[in-house]
Write a protein that binds this ligand. Structure first.
Ligand code: B16
Ligand code: MG
Length: 217
């Protein structure tokens, strides 16, 4: 029986990908590195340090580990400053309606994001009230596709993986949900999240009514 929902943040609740993109772009410009939207797409759901390694490798650059951490921190400062522009108008269409519906129906709800800035993003959206548990990049050490962040959320909710549905927009996120034994709702194109239990193009279609019809007990 489904008792809980675990949500990824970027690409599911809100679209911070554009702000991540602008921050990485600024860093890349300072480093004289190439960086475009195609490379940015590879960073979806990927941790900050894994992201900078992808960008570094794309540029065939060699950077010492401590310098790489310094560069990632620079990008993060740019990104965090840009979060001040976010407001409760920045939910992806359908996301706040779904969270409200889950509260009305009494489901347990957790966040399961790779971002260490999740708390700030939720504050900007005024979304903390919709979550019983917040699992983010600070909660576990192994990032997606490892299932740890979702197992953390389920455990804190007091639920078993098979009692939870995970919403994800990243390939590695759906991999993580599957590895943990969760049902998954993929948000996005077939080539990215077609391996989820059920897939919708956008959050607008992934309503509680629609999703429940796929997971009837
Ligand atoms: P931070 P999600 C992910 O969020 C983003 O999709 C990814 O692009 C980002 O690198 C990662 O969070 C880490 O974010 O630098 O803020 O810790 O999709 O897992 O909610
Ligand atoms: Mg995501």
């Amino acid at each position: 029986m489904i008792k809980g929902f675990i949500f990824d943040l970027d690409g599911v609740i809100t679209d911070t990908a554009e702000l991540h993109y602008l921050a990485w772009k600024k860093l890349a410009e300072e480093m004289d590195w190439t960086f475009d939207r195609e490379v940015n797409e590879k960073l979806r759901g990927v941790s900050r340090m894994d992201s900078i390694n992808i960008i570094k490798n794309h540029n065939n650059a060699s950077v010492a580990e401590d310098k790489l951490e310094e560069l990632a921190a620079m990008k993060n400062d740019i990104y965090v400053a840009s979060l001040d522009t976010m407001t409760p108008k920045d939910y992806l269409p359908g996301a706040e309606e779904l969270l409200t519906h889950l509260r009305q129906e009494g489901f347990l709800v957790a966040l399961g994001s790779a971002s260490k800035n999740s708390s700030k993003v939720l504050e900007q959206l005024d979304a903390k009230k919709y979550f019983d548990v917040i699992g983010d990049g600070n909660s576990v050490s192994k990032s997606k596709p490892a299932p740890d962040i979702f197992l953390f959320g389920a455990d804190k909710l007091g639920l078993k993986p098979e009692e939870c549905i995970v919403y994800e927009d990243a390939q590695s996120g759906v991999d993580a949900a599957k590895a943990g034994g969760f049902y998954s709702v993929g948000i996005g194109p077939e080539e990215r999240v077609g391996h989820a239990s059920v897939r919708f193009e956008t959050m607008k279609e992934a309503t509680l009514f629609e999703v429940k019809s796929h997971f009837q007990d």
